[in-house]
Design a binder for this molecule. Structure first.
Ligand SMILES: NC(=O)C1=CN([C@@H]2O[C@H](COP(=O)(O)OP(=O)(O)OC[C@H]3O[C@@H](n4cnc5c(N)ncnc54)[C@H](OP(=O)(O)O)[C@@H]3O)[C@@H](O)[C@H]2O)C=CC1
Ligand SMILES: CC(=O)N[C@@H](CCC(=O)OP(=O)(O)O)C(=O)O
Length: 344
C-alpha cells in the first residue's frame, strides 16, 4: 500500500483528492493537513465524509513524515519549500498548484509575482499531463499537475497542431468553468444571488493560464504560439467546457481531423473522441477523470472548432493528480479512476 498525504485537504481540490484516494485499491490516506482547521476531523469540514474519513487535520510536517506520496493543494507560491523538503526526504510530490508548471522562470515570476527560489527543482519538475507527456512522468518525483483550463484546451488542440492541420496563429480558446474552480473561499463573484442565472467573462486578455497553454502547444509545433484565452464563470458546481478555434490549413477535411484525433487518442482510456453527431458535455464527465472531445469545421470561415469537456475537480485537478501518482509509482495508470461518470 502507498501512503498518500494531502496538504491543503480542506480546500476543494484537496477534499476531492481525499475522495478519489479513498477509492484507490493501492493507496491509503495516511495524513491530511490544514492551518485553519488544525486538530479538527476532516469530516467536520466536509460532513459528507462523516464516518468514512474522520482523519484529523494535522500539520504539513505530519503529512511529510507519514506519506510516501505528498499531494499539495495550496494557493500558488506555497509549494516551493514543500518541494525542497520532499526532495531532501526522497518523497514524491504532486503539486496541484502552479509553482512548477512554467519552465520559463521569468514567466513564472511575472505571472505569479513569486520568486523561483530553487531553479534546480523547477528544472527537475515534469509537467503532469499524461496523455501528452506520459513517458516524462513515469518514475519521476516532482510532478506539476496542470490546472483545469490548461488540461482541457491542449487536449482539444494538440492532435491537429501536431499533425499540421491547423495554423499556429490565431488560436482562440473560449472556456467556461464551474464555480468550484474558484476554490472554497467565497467572493462577491461566487456569491449565490450574484452568480446564479448569470454568466460573465473574467480576467479577459490576461489570465495566468495563458502562458501555460502556450507552453504546451509550443512543444507540439516547435515554435512560439500565441493564444487568445477567455475564461467565463458558469453557475454550475463542476465542469470545464473549452471551445477552441483555429484556422485550418488549406484542404483539411473534417474526416481527416476526426481520423487524426481518433488515432492520437486511440489508446487513451480517459479521452473520448466523440463520433460526429455526439456532443461533448460537462454533464458526461462529472466526478470523473474523463475528457470528451467533439470536432467541427466551419466551412465558411475554414476554421476548426474543437470542444472539450472535463470535470475541473477530476481531470482538471484531483483525478489527474492520482493518474500522475499511478504513473510516477509504476501502478496501473487507471487505478482508482475507473468509475463511470453518473448518467444524470
Ligand atoms: N479548484 C480547481 O478546480 C482547481 C484548483 N487547482 C489548484 O489547486 C490549488 C488549491 O485550489 P483549491 O482547492 O481550489 O483552493 P481552496 O481555496 O479551496 O483551498 C486552499 C487550501 O489551501 C490551504 N491554505 C490556504 N492558505 C494557506 C497558507 N497560507 N498556508 C497553508 N495552507 C493554506 C487551505 O487550508 P486551510 O484554510 O484549511 O488552512 C485550503 O486547504 C490551487 O493552487 C489551485 O490553483 C488546480 C486545478 C483545478
Ligand atoms: C473559476 C476559476 O476561478 N478558476 C480558476 C482556475 C482553477 C485552476 O485550474 O487552478 P490553477 O490556477 O491551479 O490552474 C481561475 O480562473 O484562476
Amino acid at each position: 500500500m502507498v501512503n498518500a498525504g494531502v496538504i491543503g485537504a480542506t480546500g476543494y481540490a484537496g477534499a476531492e483528492l481525499v475522495r478519489v484516494l479513498a477509492g484507490h485499491p493501492q493507496a491509503r490516506l495516511a495524513a491530511v493537513s490544514s492551518v485553519s482547521f488544525a486538530g479538527k476531523p476532516l469530516s467536520s469540514v466536509y460532513p459528507a465524509y462523516y464516518g468514512l474519513c474522520d482523519l484529523c487535520c494535522g500539520t504539513e510536517e505530519e503529512v511529510l513524515q507519514k506519506s510516501d506520496v505528498v499531494f499539495a493543494a495550496l494557493p500558488h507560491g506555497l509549494s516551493q519549500e514543500i518541494a525542497k523538503k520532499c526532495h531532501d526526504a526522497g518523497k514524491v510530490l504532486i503539486d496541484l498548484g502552479a509553482d512548477f508548471r512554467l519552465k520559463r522562470l521569468d514567466e513564472y515570476e511575472k505571472w505569479y509575482q513569486v520568486k523561483a527560489v530553487y531553479p534546480e527543482l523547477h528544472e527537475e519538475a515534469v509537467y503532469g499531463l499524461p496523455e501528452l507527456f506520459r513517458d516524462e512522468i513515469r518514475g519521476k518525483k516532482l510532478i506539476a499537475n496542470p490546472g483545469c483550463y490548461t488540461t482541457a484546451v491542449p487536449l482539444a488542440l494538440v492532435p491537429a497542431l501536431q499533425a499540421g492541420l491547423i495554423e499556429k496563429d490565431g488560436i482562440i480558446a473560449d472556456c467556461k468553468s464551474g464555480v468550484t474552480g474558484a476554490g472554497r473561499k467565497s467572493t462577491q463573484d461566487t456569491h449565490y444571488p450574484e452568480l446564479n442565472e448569470g454568466m460573465h467573462a473574467y480576467k479577459v486578455g490576461g489570465h495566468r493560464h495563458t502562458p501555460e497553454i502556450e507552453q504546451t502547444l509550443r512543444r507540439f509545433c516547435g515554435e512560439e504560439v500565441t493564444v487568445v484565452f477567455t475564461p467565463h464563470l458558469l453557475p454550475v458546481n463542476r465542469g470545464i467546457l473549452a471551445t477552441c478555434y483555429a484556422h485550418l490549413k488549406s484542404g483539411t477535411t473534417l474526416e481527416q481531423l476526426q481520423q487524426t484525433y481518433e488515432d492520437f487518442y486511440r489508446r487513451e482510456y480517459f479521452v473520448r473522441v466523440l463520433p460526429q453527431g455526439m456532443r461533448a458535455d460537462i454533464h458526461h464527465v462529472r466526478y470523473s477523470n474523463f475528457c470528451e472531445i467533439e470536432l467541427h469545421i466551419d466551412p465558411r470561415t475554414q476554421m476548426l472548432i474543437a470542444v472539450s469537456a472535463i470535470d475541473n475537480m477530476g481531470k482538471g485537478a484531483a483525478g489527474q493528480a492520482v493518474q500522475n501518482m499511478n504513473l510516477a509509482l509504476g501502478l496501473e495508470e487507471t487505478a482508482g479512476l475507473t468509475a463511470l461518470p453518473p448518467a444524470f
